[in-house]
Design a protein around this ligand. Structure first.
Ligand code: FES
Length: 280
């Protein structure tokens, strides 16, 4: 069993938990994820690692209630436990293996949408700890939905919040903020975009036009997380990849987002039935 040592509500439908998982905390790197299970018969839920404390042996996860299982998960409190907490899964972000001096010369832009701020945070923190300053755009629907702002301000070189309704920071989508920064003379060698698929799709369409190589972190439905079931398959260029073992990060300019979003929709009806059952 994996004990929850902290459980906190960050915003409407968004929750943070610190979970005791010493083995995962010892080995994980930015970009990787875990699959959690609430109980014996529970659904397997993939979640990106938001932070880790190797000494305390804890992993921080952030999730949004999008279906029956995450709604159930949101009810857990400090002292409760997960039945399974498997990880670290997937490949670490590419820059983890890059030479730090050449990373310092790169102008990197991170773009996070909604809970995408959670997987972006450990990457920006990892880079900051090694003397690499990066720009970070975080978008949310409203000011109240913006998460991890203090944490992000502490590790980002420049931090640009955006809200769809204009209640805080730049008014508009993250893509309009990217355009604005480029118009103002900012130049980027790499963009890392993480968030809802639709946001990653439009960010990639723009960065392709702007000639900025872009990495995205794909979050499709996953079942086993080991490359065996095929649930997370997607087209990247001409190749079929499995997000759980080949990713979750891929060249965003090659990902077939339309197909990936269609596959995600396939599970909507089953999920709706599960939510109704939970409310009975
Ligand atoms: Fe089964 Fe990736 S989750 S192959």
């Amino acid at each position: 069993m994996y004990k929850i040592v902290k459980a906190e509500k960050l915003a409407d439908m968004i929750y943070l938990m610190d979970v005791e998982a010493p083995r995962v905390a010892r080995h994980c790197e930015p970009g990787q994820f875990v699959i959690v299970k609430l109980d014996e018969k529970g659904e397997r839920i993939p979640l990106t690692i938001c932070d880790y404390d190797r000494e305390a042996g804890t992993i921080t996860i952030v999730f949004q209630t999008v279906g029956a299982s995450t709604m159930k998960m949101a009810e857990l409190k400090a002292g409760d436990s997960f039945r399974d907490f498997t990880g670290p899964l997937g490949c670490p972000s590419e820059f983890v293996h890059e030479d730090i001096e050449s990373l310092k010369k790169k102008r990197i832009l991170f773009v996070a949408g909604g809970v995408g701020a959670a997987p972006v945070y450990p990457q920006v923190k990892w880079l900051k700890e090694r003397g690499v300053d990066v720009d970070v755009i975080v978008g949310s629907k409203t000011k109240d939905m913006l998460i991890l702002e203090d944490e992000m301000r502490e590790v980002a070189g420049n931090y640009y919040p955006c809200t769809d309704d204009g209640s805080y920071g730049h008014s508009g989508m993250v893509t309009t903020k990217i355009e604005k920064l480029v118009e103002e003379g900012h130049q980027y060698d790499l963009c890392v975009a993480i968030g809802p698929m639709i946001m990653m799709k439009f960010t990639c369409l723009l960065t392709k036009k702007l000639n900025i190589p872009t990495i995205v972190s794909m979050n499709p439905i996953m079942v086993d997380g080991t490359g065996m079931c095929g649930a997370c398959r997607l087209h990247v260029g001409d190749e079929i990849k499995f997000a759980c073992v080949d990713g979750p990060e891929f060249d965003g300019h090659l990902v077939n987002f339309d197909e990936a979003m269609k596959r995600q929709q396939m599970y909507k009806t089953a999920e709706g039935r599960a939510i109704l059952k939970l409310k009975e």
